[in-house]
Design a protein. Structure first.
Length: 117
């Protein structure tokens, strides 16, 4: 599975951004999609996941109520709508796909999000 994340950029605190992740290379079926982020000097951390059918979504406490993830299986796309952004949201955001059948993880190249105060 190849993952291509996009949509990052520079935004002021309180602003919004929408990240997109395009998946290719195999069927989107059976993949739990997720978003992770890594700030400078910190470990990569979980942000959000969404089940194959989109019926289950989980979020890190730090983004609950501000971020929303969604997916379009017909287009092999997953999204992360981010609002009320804070400077501490600044990080490289990575798209992740997990094959629920064998546990294999796939990662995209990341997109930079910078929130200025």
């Amino acid at each position: 599975v190849q993952l291509q994340a996009s949509g990052g950029g520079l935004v002021q605190a309180g602003g919004s951004l929408r990240l997109s992740c395009a998946a290719s290379g195999r069927t989107f079926s059976g993949l739990v999609m997720g978003w992770f982020r890594q700030a400078p000097g910190k470990e990569r951390e979980f942000v959000a996941t969404i089940s194959w059918a989109g019926t289950r979504k989980d979020y890190a406490d730090s983004v609950k109520g501000r971020f929303t993830t969604s997916r379009d299986n017909a287009k092999n796309m997953v999204y992360l709508q981010m609002s009320s952004l804070k400077p501490e949201d600044t990080a490289v955001y990575y798209c992740n796909a997990k094959n629920i059948l064998d546990g294999t993880d796939y990662w995209g190249q990341g997109t930079q999000v910078t929130v200025s105060s």
